[in-house]
Design a protein around this ligand. Structure first.
Ligand SMILES: Nc1nc2c(ncn2[C@@H]2O[C@H](COP(=O)(O)OP(=O)(O)O)[C@@H](O)[C@H]2O)c(=O)[nH]1
Ligand SMILES: [Mg+2]
Length: 475
């Protein structure tokens, strides 16, 4: 991974398009492109051009004897192109870079690439441009990872999250945390230095509040991962309830397709079916399930088991009930069921949906209403009241997004933060037990180490390989 070859890759997709961009980075970028480029201004040399300039000309095969005009028939004009020059350190990678914008044909793309390879440039490995940017301190590791995410993001919310990380919001938060930890560390060291003289630099209570403050910040970041991660991957909304209450009708309307079979025969939906929806820029996966009742046969039993699995995956549960069919006894039963689900899954939001409002005359049913923070009365069949549910869904997450200044989206960062918090808690504990200061500072050192992994100040080749292999070639 660590060489100084000059590298090339197609930065745009292979195949037909209006234009394609070929990227070259490394010491020999400009001199090599010079040998295959012929400017429209006769005699203009790329080597003499300054950074951030664009030049029109032709990519020409075999022009070593360009001065010999009688031999011009030997020139093989491949394409008319624009060549952009970025000189070190003012480029994406920090090295000398060239971008050739050619016409987007497979033939042209491949021929220019091969021409450059024949001239001694090698094909870039996945993520190698960004890796070099990281090595040349153009960005830290968390920013590089965000670039991979940005390319993959397919909705507004995850796009915003990656952009925020590229701009360095996480970097500066981590830097701040490290600074706090270092301050704390120096306080401890000072106390150690002067321990003989019995001088106290920091009151115990100050040290404790310092640690508490750190813990809070770390916890906040760790907590943000659950929202960050679900926004990145999409939020699972699982529709559950007894058979025949209208789950599939609601599902189909929400995802605007008739994918689920609707019928009044109980137990029709035996497998779970998924559909996608983007609400206010947030990606939701809706899952229609078999419903939960005592299954009548093996296939239905499998369906019910699958429903239970889907509940585990969900961030949100839509519990649908048939409001036209509820007597007091049934209400109690349902209430109990929801409570059990809630106890088992305290972190999941449960939206209770009373369907078939067009039929229900049994208003007594609204006893239930006061018991839930999210209760909706709808008619899935008449499309009545569904907008409100969707609005609430998107608000639930938009609000969370707004609450947090900074949101952690990478598993790697999440793990490092958790390990860091663990060490801070151990330090706290050690301080409480009045163990010698140098034992406290061991934990602080460890906490610093784990934070350093996020930004790449502390890293190993294995981790780097893993991160950059996820990129596409050309990035
Ligand atoms: N009157 C009325 N019938 C509905 C409504 N929603 C669904 N249904 C009917 O209830 C039956 C069961 O619906 P379905 O969506 O298959 O229920 P599921 O078993 O929970 O998936 C079908 O005959 C639907 O047409 C509604 O809002 N009002
Ligand atoms: Mg169904």
């Amino acid at each position: 991974m660590f060489d100084d070859d000059t590298i090339v890759a197609l930065a745009t997709p292979t195949g037909s398009s209006a234009i394609s961009v070929i990227r070259i980075s490394g010491k020999k970028s400009i001199s090599t492109v010079e040998t295959i480029f012929s400017s429209v201004h006769y005699g203009k040399k790329l080597e003499n051009q300054s950074t951030h300039t664009i030049h029109l000309g032709y990519i020409v095969d075999n022009i070593d004897d360009r001065s010999d005009s009688s031999n011009s028939s030997r020139r093989n004009y491949l394409d008319q192109v624009l060549v952009s020059i970025f000189r070190s350190p003012f480029s994406y990678t920090g090295e000398n870079m060239i971008e050739i914008s050619c016409h987007g044909s497979y033939y042209i793309q491949q021929n220019i690439l091969q021409l450059l390879i024949r001239k001694g440039i090698r094909l870039a490995r996945p993520g190698e441009f960004t890796f070099r940017a990281f090595l040349n301190k153009k960005m830290d590791l968390s920013q590089a990872e965000a670039i991979a995410d940005l390319i993959l993001s397919d909705n507004q919310a995850s796009h915003e999250l990656s952009l925020q990380q590229i701009k360095g919001a996480l970097t500066s938060t981590i830097k701040n945390l490290r600074k706090k930890l270092l301050d704390f560390y120096s306080l401890l060291e000072l106390e150690l230095d002067f321990s003989e003289e019995n001088v106290i630099f920091a009151k115990r209570s100050d040290l404790f509040s310092f640690l508490k403050d750190l813990e809070e910040t770390l916890k906040d970041l760790i907590e943000s991962f659950s929202i960050g991660n679900s926004i990145k991957k999409g939020i699972y909304v699982v529709i559950i309830g007894e058979p025949n209450v209208g789950k599939s009708t609601l599902f189909n309307y929400v995802i605007k397709e008739s994918r689920s079979i609707i019928s009044n025969i109980e137990g029709t939906t035996r497998d779970s079916i998924e559909g996608e929806l983007i609400l206010n820029g947030i990606h939701f996966h809706f899952v229609d399930t078999a419903g939960i009742r005592d299954p009548k046969d093996t296939i239905e039993r499998m369906g019910v088991r699958k429903t239970m699995e889907k509940i585990q995956e969900a961030q949100v549960l839509l519990y649908v009930l048939d409001s036209s069919k509820n007597d007091r006894k049934k209400q109690k039963k349902i209430l109990k069921k929801i409570q059990i689900i809630h106890e088992k899954n305290p972190l999941k939001k449960i939206l209770v949906i009373a369907n078939k409002s067009d039929l229900s005359s049994f208003k007594d049913f609204y006893n239930l209403k006061s018991k839930f923070s999210y209760f909706f009365e709808i008619s899935a069949k008449n499309h009545h009241g569904i907008k409100k549910i969707l609005y609430t869904l998107s608000q639930l997450f938009i609000e969370k997004l707004k609450e947090k200044n900074i949101i952690v989206t990478q598993n790697r960062h999440y793990e490092a933060l958790k390990q860091s918090l663990k060490e801070v808690l151990l330090a706290h504990d050690a301080l409480t037990k009045r163990v010698p200061e140098d034992l406290v500072s061991i934990h602080i050192k460890e906490a610093l180490h784990h934070l350093g992994k996020i930004t790449g100040e502390i890293t190993n080749e294995e981790v780097l390989k893993n991160i950059f292999s996820k990129f596409c070639i050309g990035k």
